[in-house]
Design a protein around this ligand. Structure first.
Ligand code: SF4
Length: 199
């Protein structure tokens, strides 16, 4: 089985607590206005990778903390589930971003959710809504919510749930390009893009 991947990187520090692995899946059908990652929307054959190979790469990194974003990971839910089954043993803190509203996704995808809920620990849900600024870290707009599914991780995550400081960004080099990792304030979004363009 294959999965569509944009990129993966270790270490990242700006999408979840601690020193983490970042995995960005490719393909998004939601298409939020002013999405910070439009390069992850379209799927092409070059994004396809065998699930076993990806799991091997992700398991290789010395961290049990994994953040999965995109693109829209739940647009390929079944592939994602099969991938997660291969890394779950080694990854004890899996944070998943989705642009879908979690309750709506659950209502429409009960069978998938029954599997997925045991394979991820924390979910941040909801589309990016331009104009709904948020001060909370790891979120792009006010509507997005954090669900801590794994109660063992409550002591760690609950201190961040309402955290409003340290909305940090990290710059990484991947495949000869520079990428921003993290979610800026909306008010800074265009300033950052312009600064990078003029570098
Ligand atoms: S769901 Fe995420 S990747 Fe898709 S358009 Fe919205 S912000 Fe961008």
């Amino acid at each position: 089985m294959k999965i569509f991947v944009n990129s993966f990187y270790y270490p990242i520090y700006t999408l979840g607590p601690g020193k983490r692995i970042g995995l960005w899946l490719q393909g998004c059908s939601i298409r939020c206005k002013n999405c910070i990652s439009p390069h992850t929307w379209l799927i092409t054959p070059k994004h396809e990778i065998e699930i076993e190979k990806l799991a091997q790469e992700i398991n290789f990194f010395p961290s049990d903390k994994l953040t999965i974003s995109g693109g829209e990971p739940l647009d390929q839910s079944q592939n994602l589930i099969e991938f997660l089954k291969l890394v779950r043993k080694n990854k004890k803190d899996i944070l998943l971003y989705t642009g879908y509203i979690l309750n709506e996704y659950i209502q429409k995808n009960g069978r998938l959710w029954n599997e997925l809920k045991n394979l991820v620990d924390v979910i941040i849900d909801g589309p990016f809504i331009w104009g709904k600024e948020t001060k909370y870290i790891w979120k792009g707009s006010e509507n997005q919510k954090m669900y801590i599914l794994n109660k063992k991780l409550l002591p760690i995550y609950k201190q961040y749930k309402n955290k409003t400081k340290n909305k940090k960004l990290q710059i990484i080099e991947y495949d000869n390009n520079l990428f921003l990792v993290g979610i800026p304030y909306q008010k800074d979004y265009y300033r950052i893009i312009e600064t990078i363009r003029n570098m």
